[in-house]
Design a protein around this ligand. Structure first.
Ligand code: PEP
Ligand code: MN
Length: 348
């Protein structure tokens, strides 16, 4: 971190900055750039607040050189992280995987029919929400524990690892009891730090979706909560952000894929379902995300999308899913060379 003093800052003002640095337990070095005195703060500056220095008299500005999301950064770990989600499925570090399934688990029949469709289409894991964070309290909230039971049964019959959303700390035990392979943290809970800290303790793979109004900086800091509390089995997910545009459900931030791959070693997948909200846009955006270099996709699919109780407008059927998976894998292969140039090959 560098503290830039104003031109003409007094000895006293400089000394006050140095005293504050010592109070944090850090050391410093002093340099000059033209008429400005520059004070470099040495050591771990994650707990040091820029604001504290900016408020001191004589300080022009403060620049953070190393990010607070240290363990998430590629500087900390240059090599790509590959997350093993069970039953031989890996995401990241050269492994591309597609998680597919209904928005919500609605019944055993619906889930098992859809799981078979996902498997036949070439999907690698099964998604399905048992606890749904719905905008309206009157909307279908999910089957709860019964849904987890069906997910476990679907895994036993298809061999697909299961991915399902957790919305409360109190449900963690239940998720462990039903052998959930990947704990999904939805957009609405991206910055629920209490939940993230508890989830870190499980050591289970966590699919952390980007919040709908979360900057990349805030998103990487949210992921840091998991890593700094001992869990590096983290998969990131770009699921669209909220912008002024209303023609689609969200706006897919395709830029976030290569930007995050440069900044972080963590795998990142794309969600073309929630980022568009429309079935007939899912394929195009899946290809855009694969072309941008993501490590996989999460796609809402239903054996009969018209019957879906939640997110019916965006779920695709088995035929569409199969086409999307096949072409996305081909596109990801085509761009591999360009993607790996972005971060020195991920030093695989
Ligand atoms: C979901 O995956 O069904 C979901 C609720 O997604 P998001 O958290 O991205 O809105
Ligand atoms: Mn959904």
């Amino acid at each position: 971190m560098i503290v830039y003093m104003k031109r003409g800052a007094t000895e006293e003002q400089i000394k006050a900055v140095l005293r504050r640095i010592e109070e944090y337990g850090n050391s410093y070095n002093i340099d000059k750039e033209g008429e400005h005195v520059l004070i470099g703060i040495r050591g771990d500056t994650r707990a040091v607040s820029e604001g504290v220095f900016e408020q001191l008299p004589g300080v022009a500005r403060v620049i953070r050189v190393s990010p607070t999301w240290k363990e998430v950064s590629r500087e900390f770990k240059p090599k790509d992280t590959s997350v093993d989600i069970g039953n031989g499925v890996k995401i990241g570090g050269g492994h591309f995987a597609v998680i597919a399934g209904p928005c919500a688990v609605e019944s055993y029949e619906q889930l098992i029919k859809t799981a078979e469709v996902v498997k036949a289409a070439g999907g690698h894991a099964l998604r399905g929400g048992a606890f749904k964070p719905r905008t309206s309290p009157y909307a279908f909230q999910g089957l709860g524990e019964e849904g987890l039971k069906y997910l476990k049964m679907a895994k036993e019959s298809t061999g697909l690892p299961i991915v399902t959303e957790i919305i409360a700390i109190n449900d963690i035990e239940l998720f462990l009891k039903y052998d959930v392979d990947v704990f999904q943290v939805g957009a609405r809970n991206c910055q629920n730090y209490a939940l993230l800290k508890e989830l870190a303790k499980t050591g289970k793979p966590i699919l952390l979706k980007r919040g709908m109004a979360t900057t990349i900086e805030e998103y990487l800091n949210a992921a840091e909560y998991l890593l700094s509390h001992g869990n590096s089995n983290v998969i990131l997910c770009e699921r669209g952000i909220r912008t002024f545009e209303t023609a689609s459900r969200n706006t897919t931030d395709v830029n976030a894929i290569p930007i995050i791959k440069q900044l972080s070693h963590l795998p990142i997948i794309g969600d073309p379902s929630h980022s568009t909200g429309k079935r007939n846009l899912v394929a195009s955006i899946a290809y855009a995300l694969a072309g941008a270099g993501c490590d996989g996709l999460i796609i809402e699919a239903h054996y009969n999308p018209l019957l879906a109780k939640t997110d019916a407008d965006q779920q695709v059927d088995g035929e569409e899913l199969k086409r999307i998976i096949k072409k996305s894998i081909a596109i990801r292969d085509i761009v591999e060379e360009d993607v790996s140039k972005l971060y020195n090959g991920g030093t695989k």
